[in-house]
Design a protein around this ligand. Structure first.
Ligand code: 2OP
Length: 221
């Protein structure tokens, strides 16, 4: 990833910890929070892929709500509309991973964009709540193209909006399949593997793997 002209970051799972909702979920259903959070995230991503394949797009807010309801029913968790509202609100205030702020400060001086499945209505409050409004230069949502990652049209959006050729863009995601999709599109793609997970077997691999965003400045300078 030698000296990319711009860096493009995935949001959920990469900059923001989707599992920070576990705290509230544990408050609502003691001892069941982690299980719900894992299942909710897995179902949310599954629905993005299925809706893209079916050409039946709905925004990430709807997909996230649908996934939450399915996960609660699958786990037989008693669920009210107040639970739903509180958990969806928590999605607008996810924790920033601890190393992100310093890493972004060290990477400044080039466009630093978010490219996410999230809708603008979800991403704008999330970025503002984390105090990243002055740090992230572009917030790009798949809603501009009407299909979810890893469809190539999503990555093309970053090229179009940043005005930077694909080969000059460094892409960063904690979702291995997203990093591979970006790599196949033509970005230099880095997988942030905080959990030490096995690489996805998709016939291709990310260009680089790091354990946290703290390792990124050395990789791109
Ligand atoms: C994002 O697009 C993949 O959900 C992840 O932010």
């Amino acid at each position: 990833m030698s000296r990319p002209a711009a860096l493009v970051f995935d949001a959920y799972g990469t900059l923001f910890d989707v599992h920070s909702v576990t705290r509230l979920a544990d408050e609502l259903w003691p001892g069941r929070g982690a299980e719900l959070s894992q299942r909710w995230r897995a179902k949310q991503l599954e629905y993005t892929w299925l809706r893209s394949l079916m050409r039946q797009h709905a925004d990430f807010g709807r997909v996230t709500e649908d996934a939450l309801r399915q996960a609660c029913e699958a786990l037989a968790l008693p669920f009210t509309e107040d639970h739903h509202r509180r958990l969806m609100d928590a999605y607008l205030r996810l924790d920033l991973f601890s190393e992100v702020r310093e890493a972004l400060a060290r990477l400044a001086g080039r466009p630093l964009a978010i490219l996410s499945n999230g809708s603008p209505a979800m991403l704008e409050p999330l970025v503002a709540h984390a105090g990243l409004a002055g740090v992230i230069t572009h917030v790009l949502s798949v809603e501009s193209v009407g299909i979810f990652k890893p469809d190539p049209r999503v990555y093309q959006l970053a090229v179009d909006r940043l005005g930077v050729p694909r080969e000059a863009i460094g892409f960063v995601s904690s979702n291995c399949w997203d990093a591979i999709g970006a790599q196949r599109f033509g970005f230099s793609a880095c997988w942030v593997n905080r959990a030490g997970a096995p690489v996805d077997r998709l016939g291709f691999e990310p260009d680089a793997v790091v354990g946290s965003l703290a390792d990124l400045p050395a990789l791109v300078s």
